[in-house]
Design a protein around this ligand. Structure first.
Ligand SMILES: C[S@@+](CC[C@H](N)C(=O)[O-])C[C@H]1O[C@@H](n2cnc3c(N)ncnc32)[C@H](O)[C@@H]1O
Length: 235
């Protein structure tokens, strides 16, 4: 099959506008992440009120992403958590709304950043903007579920729209529960590490074109390398 014959995708199966079927395992994984973030919502929101952990180069990727968006620059902060990135996006000229799986995180987003609409929704069931910011919100998505999430992120974008994903760069799965348990939160939370190239390849399979990749080493306040990928939904 040629590229144009299948809508610009090199590989099937998900380069169309249908949602992927979800399994009971997918629902169970979402439930676990939702429970964990409901538990740590206040601690997370108090610890990270703005862009304290980000480096200038991370924020530069967000500025580049916003510069690529058509007016009116409707951006969905997909996995917005307690909403700390929404003022940044609004300050860059975006009309921003947030969604997150965790009602506890959304409660804090509405309390702390109530000027921006936010509501509970999963990365596999989203509304329709010029840009989607997924700032560390796919890090708990297992590899097998990533195509379904990326398909949905692409589906909800306008043609010509852009997506930005940020995540810890690396391989394998990291149990991040101890970091929370040390602070008294009884949660189970795993992080799925991936390289920027790997995520760009996954995006390609769902019909998104790579625009910019950042891979950077861990800064002194971090334990892991970080990555940012910007991709385009072709018009
Ligand atoms: C590490 S936090 C990042 C939150 C925010 N983007 C930030 O940078 O502060 C991960 C967030 O992604 C959300 N999340 C994880 N999986 C999700 C999914 N499948 N659908 C919607 N939100 C999800 C979690 O509830 C959590 O609020």
């Amino acid at each position: 099959m040629t590229d144009s014959a299948n809508g610009g995708c090199n590989r099937p199966p998900v380069c169309d506008d249908r949602r992927m079927e979800r399994t009971d395992d997918d629902d169970a994984a979402d439930d676990a992440v939702r429970r964990a973030y409901d538990t740590v919502a206040d601690a997370y929101a108090d610890a990270f009120t703005s862009t304290e952990p980000e480096l200038p180069v991370d924020l530069a990727m967000i500025e580049h992403f916003v510069s690529l968006l058509a007016e009116p620059r409707d951006v969905l902060d997909a996995g917005c958590g307690a909403g700390r990135m929404m003022p940044l996006l609004a300050g860059l000229g975006c009309r921003v709304q947030g969604v997150d799986l965790s009602p506890g995180m959304i409660q804090r987003a509405q309390r702390d950043h109530g000027q921006f609409p936010s509501r509970v929704a999963a990365l596999t069931d989203l509304p329709l903007p010029d840009g989607v910011l997924s700032w560390y919100s796919t890090i708990h998505t297992p590899d097998g579920e990533l195509p379904g999430v990326l398909t949905e992120l692409r589906r909800v974008l306008r043609p010509g729209g852009h997506i930005l994903l940020a995540f810890q760069s690396g391989k394998g799965v990291t149990d991040v529960s101890p970091a929370y348990r040390d602070r008294g939160h009884d949660v189970t939370l795993r992080r799925h590490n991936r390289s920027a190239d790997r995520v760009a390849a996954e995006l390609r399979t769902v019909g998104m074109e790579k625009v910019a990749l950042l891979e950077r080493a861990a800064a002194s306040h971090e334990r892991t390398a970080q990555a940012v990928v910007i991709a385009l939904r072709p018009a």
